[in-house]
Design a protein around this ligand. Structure first.
Ligand code: MTE
Length: 323
């Protein structure tokens, strides 16, 4: 089944610069980096050429003002990461995650469902339901990117497991193998494995993706190969990487960051410029783009710009309390 949703906050895949053109453009930009304004103008022209003519639709509503955001580069997406199992520095995952063995890969489905079981990755992922989606990605640390993911709706995997009516949540676990994931300098009081969870209706929402690829290619290890979650209206830490378990529960499952620091990270973790992190503002975000000479900050949008699609999930909830 292919779910096609064209919502105003989607950036269609037709708008992604083809990878070869993109890489050439990056090389060009690298070569002209010292020329400043001329390079930026050339960049705009190259980007315009690379787009399919007439493919740029109006993005209205809460996403307006974001039409100028291009997909982030492959280099930025794959070299500026949080994957603490491989180190604390943003560059550590790209340096260290080559030790992660992603085949064979087993996903255990258990808890309150009619069809628990162990799936090999190839059986869990159905190529027929794969699609490319460009989503904004907002990290809780107030930086952001725009990422062309390849994945399939998590709802498909959930439907296959046939959750019991009593199941209200789904929990996820990352592989924890100290042989493959040396903690190195990262020695927190955090109990591995990394854990995350969603309410079942959030998990079943068609925007929620199980991701296996990036820019049409296999997901690099540092981005959570071979299988990671993407929930585009939530802070990036909800998007758990290298998933090995999916468990249906009646009660809200414990999650890594909310367990570690409950005053700072809640279960919901919806992107919300009106609810600051206790140590910093969430009103704006830094756009990660290493090709630019100057840092660019933009306003953060409620639910990361996906409010039209998902705000109904939180109707009547006090989002300052359920942050
Ligand atoms: N998943 C695991 N297993 N371990 C992590 O440290 N970091 C989270 C999330 N998923 C993390 C994780 C955080 S804080 C962010 S911002 C995103 O992964 C980063 O995803 P990216 O590397 O694709 O940008």
């Amino acid at each position: 089944m292919i779910i096609r949703i064209r919502k105003k906050s989607d950036i269609p895949s037709s708008e992604i610069t083809p990878e070869d053109v993109y890489i050439n453009r990056r090389k060009f930009l690298g070569a002209t980096a010292g020329i400043g304004a001329a390079a930026f103008m050339a960049r705009g022209a190259a980007a315009a050429e690379a787009r399919v003519p007439g493919s740029r639709p109006g993005i209205a509503g809460p996403a307006a003002g974001r039409q100028d955001l291009e997909p982030s580069s492959w280099e930025d997406i794959t070299s500026y990461n949080n994957f603490y199992e491989f180190g604390l520095d943003k560059k550590d995952p790209a340096r260290n995650a080559h030790t992660l063995v992603t085949r064979p890969w087993t996903i255990e489905v258990d808890g309150l469902c009619a069809k628990p079981g162990e799936y090999q990755l190839e059986d869990f992922v159905k190529p027929s339901t794969m699609e490319d989606r460009v989503y904004r990605f907002r990290c809780v640390e107030a930086w952001s990117m725009v990422v062309p993911w390849r994945g399939f709706p998590l709802a498909d995997a959930i439907a296959r497991a046939e959750p019991d009516p009593s199941a209200k949540y789904v929990a996820f676990e990352t592989l924890w193998d100290p042989e493959q994931m040396p903690e190195r300098r990262w020695k927190p009081r955090i109990g591995w494995p990394y854990r995350e969870g969603l309410r079942l209706d959030e998990a079943m929402h068609p925007l929620t993706l199980m991701v296996t690829g990036l820019y049409g290619k296999t997901l690099p290890n540092q981005n959570g190969a071979p299988l990671r979650l993407i929930v585009p209206w939530k802070y990036g830490f909800k998007s758990i990487k290298s998933i090995v378990r999916m468990t249906f529960t009646e009660d809200e499952p414990p999650t890594t960051w909310a367990t570690q620091s409950p005053g700072e990270y809640g279960f919901y973790s919806n992107v919300n410029p009106n609810v600051d992190h206790p140590r910093w503002s969430q009103a704006t975000e830094r756009v990660i783009d290493t090709s630019r000479l100057f840092t660019r900050r933009i306003d953060t949008l409620f639910l990361n710009g996906y409010a039209d699609e998902v705000a109904h999930l939180y109707a009547g909830m006090d989002l300052k309390k359920f942050f």
